[in-house]
Ligand binder design. Structure first.
Ligand code: HAM
Length: 427
């Protein structure tokens, strides 16, 4: 029988990588605190309708990529492809409108999209996601974009480009759609099949197509910013001015339309030069009509999400600081022959004092245990040989200095405990 492998498009984040994720999460959580965002935890599956109505029936995500199934009670449920719709659902369900506005929330976790897997694109991937709900003005957009950049700055990332656009609102977009359709009609035959099918249903998405022939046509397409209504135009200018004021280096791109239909006004992405074809490390924008499309009252919102895998790939490519790989402070080595219980008890005492300790379970030779301790990057080794066991002592070897000292067990533990307060210095 063949061994079962992980499904295509999923990845196991193993022990050699998970600590890098912990750094991303630490920086994200502390930045969230500094910007006044509260973490919320939401279900991984939701009613399918939340996404089909919220994200839009004609989007690739809803049409082709959702993991949808009927549960045992006959309901259609979907593994969440993103968090924004769920966060809005939660805001409405818990009547967060009644409290002070805005409500600033963040979340993270696995998302699911049946996409063609490649570097940086998976079927199960993780996002960090931030949303500011309940305010219509551009200050919230500026803060959201600044917050996303601040997370990357704290993670030590460079070579990133913020790309900004406005996608208008239901007042000005219909006219722009018509302008676009007129423009695309002349080059219709040269469009790819996907764009041909988008022509009537969602012509804005043609602007986003990566196909070479389509890109040639979209290059000189009419700009959405020339069709914005006064309100959207003023909002866009205020966001640009606010970001300039923060010294942000922003590139305007009229072809940035995003793949989810809920966006209004601001749309943005942050691109990394170190990601390859899937170069968006972050995507977001404003979505003032999402609440209504899922049956709620008018609730403006703005937010972004960033793929954790893509953040880690970028950090690795740029040699950014990824935190320290966890290593035991102490490795307990025994000469076998009845010393196992002593070793377990010493490790227990150390751990109960907050000292990380590890030990051998396989009854291997002292030499093999010393090798493991060194490979595990242990700072000190506690040796429990026959002499130590009979005398009630422990020999503590300093792995970087190469020196060692034998002391009664209690005194040795006390000394180690003192060293723990200098743990970072000693590493
Ligand atoms: P999105 O652009 O679909 O937007 O995804 C945001 C980010 O998630 C992308 O820039 C990328 O880093 C990561 N990502 C997306 N799909 C994959 C994948 N298949 N594999 C790996 N990483 C992926 C949203 O999800 C919106 N909910 C963002 C938002 C929040 N807009 C407003 N608020």
């Amino acid at each position: 029988m063949e061994t079962i492998k992980a499904p295509r498009g999923t990845r196991d984040v193993l022990g050699g990588e998970s600590w890098k994720w912990a750094r991303v999460m630490d920086v994200t959580a502390s930045t969230a605190d500094d910007f006044g965002f509260r973490e919320i935890m939401l279900p991984i599956f939701e009613h399918t309708e939340l996404f089909s109505r919220g994200i839009g029936d004609t989007t690739d995500v809803v049409e082709k990529e959702m993991y949808t199934f009927t549960d045992r009670g006959g309901r259609s449920v979907t593994l969440r492809p993103e968090l924004t719709a769920s966060i809005m659902r939660s805001y409405l369900e818990h009547d967060m409108r009644r409290g002070p506005q805005p409500v600033k929330l963040w979340g993270w976790g696995p998302m699911f999209r049946y996409e063609r897997p490649q570097k940086g694109r998976y079927r199960q991937f993780a996002q960090i996601d931030f949303e500011t709900l309940g305010v219509p003005g551009p200050m919230a957009d500026i803060e959201i974009i600044d917050l996303s950049m601040e997370i990357y700055r704290r993670l030590g990332l460079s070579n990133l480009q913020v790309v900004l656009n406005s996608v208008g609102c239901p007042k000005c977009r219909p006219a722009y759609r018509e302008v676009l359709k007129k423009y695309f009609a002349s080059g219709f035959d040269s469009l790819c099949d996907t764009c041909k099918s988008r022509f009537d249903r969602n012509p804005l998405r043609i602007l986003d197509c990566k196909n070479d022939a389509c890109r040639q046509i979209t290059e000189s397409a009419p700009a959405v910013t020339d069709s914005l209504c006064d309100e959207c135009g003023a909002h866009f200018k205020a966001v640009m001015r606010g970001l300039e004021n923060l010294g942000a280096d922003i590139k305007l791109d009229n072809r940035l339309v995003r793949g989810l239909d809920y966006y209004t006004k601001t749309a943005y992405e942050i691109l990394s030069g170190d990601l390859g074809a899937q170069n968006a490390v972050c995507g977001g924008g404003r979505y003032d009509n999402l609440a209504e499309s899922i049956g709620g009252p008018h609730v403006p919102g703005v937010g972004f999400a960033s793929g954790i895998e893509r953040i880690v790939i970028t950090m690795e490519a740029q040699g950014a600081y990824m935190g320290k790989e966890p290593a035991p402070f102490i490795y307990v080595v025994t000469s076998g022959g009845g010393a196992e219980n002593e070793a377990v008890s010493l490790a227990h005492d150390l751990r109960s004092r907050g000292v990380s300790a590890d030990l051998d379970f396989m009854g291997r030779s002292m030499k093999a245990q010393m090798k493991t301790a060194s490979q595990a990057n242990a700072r000190f080794v506690c040796i429990l040989g026959e002499d130590e066991i009979s005398a009630g002592t422990v020999t503590v070897k300093d792995m970087s200095a190469g020196t060692q000292e034998t002391a009664p067990r209690a005194a040795a533990i006390e000394k180690i405990e003192k060293n723990v307060s200098r743990k970072e210095e000693l590493r």
